[in-house]
Each structure stands twice: as structure tokens, then as C-alpha cells.
Design a protein around this ligand. Structure first.
Ligand code: GDP
Length: 194
């Protein structure tokens, strides 16, 4: 996969507008502020491709990015407490609408901050992915915030909390230190090739 030839395709505010699935899709989900935009920028080595913000709770949209081989789907971040009910409904409509469509789901990257136990919303996301039988990996973010040993322990604690077997990949990444990104690229490439 040539990650350098990525281009922004479009932003969508309602799921009915989503363009048909013409390529294998790799979706990114996680709570607001988990580090999703930073990770996408590192994955493609392109500053500013996805907007990094220090204030969580941006307007909920689904953003499509494309390479020749795959479409990358940036799902709206969930769980930001200070959003209005309308904004929350928009978020739910977008995420549910996306997953309810007949699309080529190659991989869902469910992002979780390695420093904290999974939130209720993270748990819901993972059990949805399991029940729906979608291919997924858990991408642990902000790995630079803990020692290597603490990272390994946190990963096992999260694996246990989420009831995941050893077969589920849980790469530890850091966008700050640019670690774990190649491992994630390999997981994506394998999923897209399947
Ligand atoms: P998003 O809301 O999930 O898209 O998260 P952002 O990418 O906007 O990041 C949220 C905050 O976390 C920002 O202040 C980032 O600088 C910070 N951040 C993101 N990734 C990392 C990381 O790998 N390490 C550290 N230490 N901070 C990070």
C-alpha cells in the first residue's frame, strides 16, 4: 500500500449521503481526544490531513480518505460529555448508519487510550464489532505516556476487560514518538489484501 498517495475525499454529516463502497474500507473509531487524528496523520505521514485539536468535541462528521487500494474512514469521536443532545444524535446516526450499510468492511481500528480502562462506550463499540462479526483490531494510543513494562501490563488488562482472546491484535502506538505505526500499517495491509 502506498500510504503517501492518500487524498481527502469528502466529509459527510448524514449517513444517507455516504458514497457507495467501491474499495475495501478501513475505519477508525474511538472516543473524542483518543488521538485518532494524530494517528491518521502519522499513518499517512501527512501533517494536517486529519485535524488535531486540543479541545475535544468537534462537529460530528465522517471523513473519507483514499489511496488507490483502500478507503480510510474517520468516524466521529464519541463520548465527549459536553455535546448537545442533537449533536449526540447526529453522532449515533452517522456511526450506526455507516455500519448498517452494505459496505466492504476490511478492518475496523478501535482506538483506546492505553492509560485508562476502556469506557462503557469503548466496551459497547468492541462488543458491537464482535457481535457483528466485523474484522477489527484494538489500537492502543499514547504509548509514550507509560513505560514499556506498564504498556504491556495495560494491554493485558484491557484484553481481559474487553474479553478478547490472544488472536485479537492490539498494537501499542505513539503518534508523538512514531512507534507502532509500521505494525498498524502491516495489519491494515493484510486486512485489505484478504
Ligand atoms: P482525536 O480527538 O481522537 O482526533 O485526538 P487528537 O489527535 O486531536 O489528539 C488529542 C490530544 O492528544 C492532542 O492534544 C494530541 O496532541 C494528544 N495526542 C495524540 N496522540 C498522542 C500521542 O501519541 N502521545 C501523546 N503524548 N499525546 C498525543
Amino acid at each position: 500500500m502506498n500510504y503517501h498517495d492518500v487524498s481527502f475525499e469528502r466529509s459527510f454529516g448524514v449517513s444517507s449521503q455516504l458514497t457507495p463502497s467501491t474499495l475495501p474500507e478501513v475505519a477508525f473509531a474511538g472516543r473524542s481526544n483518543v488521538g485518532k487524528s494524530s494517528l491518521l496523520n502519522k499513518l499517512f505521514n501527512r501533517k494536517g490531513l486529519a485535524k488535531v485539536s486540543s479541545t475535544p468535541g468537534k462537529t460530528a462528521t465522517i471523513n473519507f480518505f483514499c489511496t488507490a487500494e483502500a478507503r480510510f474512514v474517520d468516524l466521529p469521536g464519541y463520548g465527549y460529555a459536553r455535546v448537545s443532545k442533537t449533536e449526540h444524535e447526529r453522532w449515533a446516526e452517522l456511526i450506526e448508519g455507516y455500519f448498517n450499510q452494505d459496505r466492504r468492511f476490511a478492518l475496523v481500528c478501535s482506538l483506546i487510550d492505553i492509560r485508562h480502562p476502556a469506557s462503557k462506550l469503548d466496551e459497547n463499540m468492541v462488543s458491537f464489532l464482535q457481535q457483528a462479526g466485523l474484522p477489527f483490531v484494538i489500537v492502543l494510543t499514547k504509548g509514550d505516556k507509560l513505560s514499556r513494562q506498564k504498556c504491556a501490563a495495560a494491554r493485558e488488562a484491557l484484553r481481559k476487560q474487553l474479553g478478547l482472546g490472544p488472536d485479537v491484535a492490539m498494537p501499542i502506538t505513539s503518534s508523538l514518538k512514531v512507534t507502532g505505526i509500521d505494525e498498524l500499517r502491516r495489519l491494515i495491509e493484510r486486512a485489505v489484501a484478504d
